[in-house]
Design a binder for this molecule. Structure first.
Ligand code: IMP
Ligand code: MG
Length: 175
């Protein structure tokens, strides 16, 4: 089965929007220290571009969550494959995701990090598919809302492929 990819959001648009998000975050956390927790692997490109534009002191850490399901659909069960390296007790935390779909992954990780005593937790995602939400989750910083299409690039994959594309594309399966 062949796959084709059409551009949904260009590299220039992504750059511009990340700068806006970083400016907003720098303003909101002025005078504070911030811990940014990136969710591997998908969020890594977005997170790098985001943190280098934030002006307050930033600590970075990573978690990896596995949500079992099919190639294009997550299940309800979320497992932690990699935990934080450092304590987040009394820290101001922003969890950075590539995309929020059902919302289960972020909701689960938010609860998990809250139980570790963070002073505050906010959510930041490059993409959001609001139509797909099944849990009640308020995202604080969203790059782009997109329709219910499977996307790749800018860290996001289909079967581990296409993460390195510098833009976000919609994948089509032609037979
Ligand atoms: P959720 O738990 O249903 O919100 O799923 C979020 C996770 O599913 C994201 O971190 C992605 O890894 C993956 N995901 C959801 N939609 C897409 C997509 O369109 N392309 C690539 N990965 C996606
Ligand atoms: Mg992910």
């Amino acid at each position: 089965m062949a796959e084709t990819i059409t551009t949904l959001i260009s590299e220039e648009e992504i750059d511009r929007r990340i700068q806006e998000l970083a400016d907003q975050i720098s303003k909101d956390y002025e005078g504070k220290e911030l811990t940014v927790v990136g969710i591997l692997k998908g969020a890594c490109l977005f997170m790098c571009e985001l943190v280098k534009r934030i002006s307050c002191p930033v600590y970075i850490d990573f978690m990896q969550a596995a949500s079992y399901g099919s190639a294009t659909e997550s299940s309800g069960t979320v497992n932690i494959k990699k935990d934080l390296d450092d304590s987040i007790e009394d820290k101001h935390v922003i969890i950075v995701e590539d995309i929020v779909d059902s919302g289960r992954t972020l909701e689960f990780l938010g609860r998990f990090l809250r139980s570790k005593g963070a002073a505050s937790i906010r959510y930041c995602t490059l993409l959001d598919k609001p139509e797909r939400r099944v849990v009640d989750l308020e995202v604080d910083y969203t790059g782009f809302e997109i329709p219910d299409k499977f996307v790749v690039g800018y860290g996001m994959d289909y079967a581990q492929k296409y993460r390195n594309l510098p833009y976000i594309g919609v994948i089509h399966f032609d037979d």
